[in-house]
Each structure stands twice: as structure tokens, then as C-alpha cells.
Design a protein around this ligand. Structure first.
Ligand SMILES: Cc1cc2nc3c(=O)[nH]c(=O)nc-3n(C[C@H](O)[C@H](O)[C@H](O)COP(=O)(O)O)c2cc1C
Length: 281
């Protein structure tokens, strides 16, 4: 709950202007908040020069600009981020897992309805591995074995739209190694939300990206299970095992460990086509 310290507030009105829910008002020289409409986006706290607003008694602090990274550092960090699927056997300390998960809260669109499950239990990680393995083998069996299905797909689905056609060698490898994961991760972080809450998937992806990037700065290797999370959501037994309520869904999943490989080179990614709709001059 957002609280106002009226002794500190000098009625400058910056918070009323920034509030996009229009729930902060100054009436008769008093700042008030209409909690009915507040979404706790906390922008009022971030803008207050007097530090007069708090949320859940968290005392805001001013940014220390001397600690901001140089643009060169940010560019290097963004280019260094890669998906890593090869991990060593080294465990990750619980305090590090906790710390990087805590940074999810700073992601945009965070709707405060998400929660995280941190899994470092080897048995549960094995279960995830086995679920991904079984799913991959089934896909292989159904897509590539009955020739009739493959022929139909090739006839009716445009090649550019059917990614699974590219997956044959990848799935053959999974079958051969008898594991879903290339190497076992030390931990998995799941971002959980309510099925019916709008924008949960988008919020979770942002939260996950914060975890990924912050994890990387802490020397961890991460892999976002974008597609594979669907496998976990389909399995009621697994959802029960990790303690999900019926109304909840996994909206994001990331595997973590210490990297057994090291990328050395910066790569320019596939170019995003830009269409300019701008005024000609
Ligand atoms: C829609 C989509 C879903 C993906 N799902 C997975 C996944 O479940 N597991 C995985 O290892 N990689 C998945 N990938 C691939 C990686 O996320 C990543 O894009 C790719 O390996 C490139 O590596 P980078 O992260 O180093 O740029 C997916 C990619 C896309 C675009």
C-alpha cells in the first residue's frame, strides 16, 4: 500500500501529474490517494523529490548516477547475453538464486500477481528433463515416422511457417542421448501467475529477462525455456508436484547453471526490418 508522509510532502504536484490512473489528488492543500484505482505502479514514489511516498514501508533512495554503467558497458553486456545449454556440475548458492529472482520485480509491466518457484531439487530437475525428453520423442514419432503426416504437412503448410520441419536432427539428438536437457542445469526458475489475469505472460517474459540479464552479470549461464514451458503446463502431475494451484500457470521458465562453454565473439543478430513512417524533409 502506498503511504504519504504529509510532513515531507511540499505539495509540488509531480506525483499527481505522473499518476496514469489519476488516483492522486491535492485538495485543500492535502495530497490524497484513492486506493480504489491505484495499481501500485509506484511511479509517484519514483518521481517525488521529497521522498515523501513509500510502498509497503520500503524507503526509496535517490539514484546514484556515478554507479550507472557507461553506454559501452551496456552494449557489451547486451551482446554477451546468449542462450547457454552447456553447464558444469557446480551448484548455485541459494542466496544467488534468491538475489537474481528478486530483480524480476524491476521489470516493466510487473503486475504484482506473479510469483516465482526456484527449483534446485535434483529429482524435480530430472522430472523436467524426462518430460522434455518424452515430449520430444513423441513429436519425433508423430511428425517424422508416419510418412502420411509429413507429406500432408509439406503439402498444406508453407515451409516458412512450419518450424518443426527444421527440428528433425535436433530431435534425433535428444532421442539418442535419452535426455531432454543437453546437460543438467543447476536450477530452474519458474514465473507463475494466475491463468485469468491479463498480461501475465507478457509480464513474466519481462521478469524472466531481468533474471536472465542480472544472472549473467553474476556469472551465471541461462536458457529461457520459451517453447518448452508449454510441456510443463500440459502436465497436471508436474504442476501438482511443484505446488501450483488449479488457477495458476507457468508463464516463464529459465534454466540456470555455470557455463561449461565460453562464447568469445560478438555476433550481429538477424536484422530487424525497420519500416520508417516519418515526415520527409
Ligand atoms: C519462439 C521461440 C521459442 C524458443 N524456445 C526455446 C526453448 O524452449 N528452449 C531453447 O533452448 N531454446 C528456445 N528457443 C531458442 C533460443 O531462445 C534462442 O533464441 C537461440 O538459441 C539463439 O540464442 P541466443 O539466445 O544466444 O541469441 C526459442 C526461440 C524462439 C524464437
Amino acid at each position: 500500500m502506498i503511504k504519504i508522509d504529509s510532513d515531507k510532502c511540499n505539495l509540488c504536484g509531480l506525483c499527481t501529474k505522473i499518476c496514469h490512473e489519476s488516483c492522486l489528488h491535492i485538495d485543500n492543500d492535502i495530497l490524497t490517494i484513492d486506493y480504489k484505482y491505484c495499481s501500485t505502479c509506484t511511479q509517484c514514489i519514483a518521481i517525488c523529490p521529497q521522498l515523501a511516498l513509500t510502498w509497503n514501508d520500503f524507503q526509496p533512495e535517490k539514484f546514484d548516477k556515478s554507479l550507472f554503467p557507461d553506454i559501452k558497458h551496456v552494449r557489451e553486456l547486451l551482446m554477451e547475453r546468449r542462450t547457454i545449454r552447456d553447464y558444469t556440475d557446480k551448484k548455485i548458492e541459494k542466496s544467488i538464486l534468491q538475489e537474481i529472482t528478486d530483480y524480476a520485480i524491476y521489470a516493466p509491466t510487473h503486475n504484482f500477481n506473479l510469483r516465482a518457484i526456484i527449483i534446485d531439487d535434483e529429482e524435480i530437475i530430472k522430472e523436467v528433463d524426462s518430460l522434455i525428453f518424452k515430449f520430444s520423442v513423441n513429436i519425433y514419432k508423430w511428425l517424422y515416422k508416419p510418412r502420411i503426416i509429413l507429406t500432408l504437412i509439406k503439402l498444406f503448410v508453407p515451409k516458412s511457417e512450419f518450424e518443426y520441419l527444421k527440428a528433425k536432427p535436433k530431435l534425433e539428438k535428444v532421442k539418442k542421448r535419452a535426455h531432454g536437457f543437453k546437460t543438467k542445469p543447476a536450477a530452474i526458475i519458474l514465473i507463475i501467475g494466475e491463468k485469468r489475469v491479463p498480461l501475465s505472460l507478457e509480464s513474466a517474459q519481462y521478469a524472466l529477462y531481468n533474471i536472465d540479464l542480472y544472472g549473467q552479470t553474476k556469472g551465471l549461464a541461462c536458457r529461457n525455456l520459451v517453447g518448452n514451458q508449454m510441456i510443463l503446463n500440459r502436465n497436471k502431475k508436474f504442476k501438482k508436484l511443484i505446488g501450483l494451484n488449479k488457477s495458476e500457470k507457468i508463464f516463464g521458465a529459465i534454466t540456470l547453471g555455470y557455463a561449461a562453454i565460453k562464447f568469445k565473439n560478438k555476433v550481429i543478430g538477424k536484422k530487424i526490418n525497420i519500416q520508417w513512417n516519418s515526415i520527409k524533409n
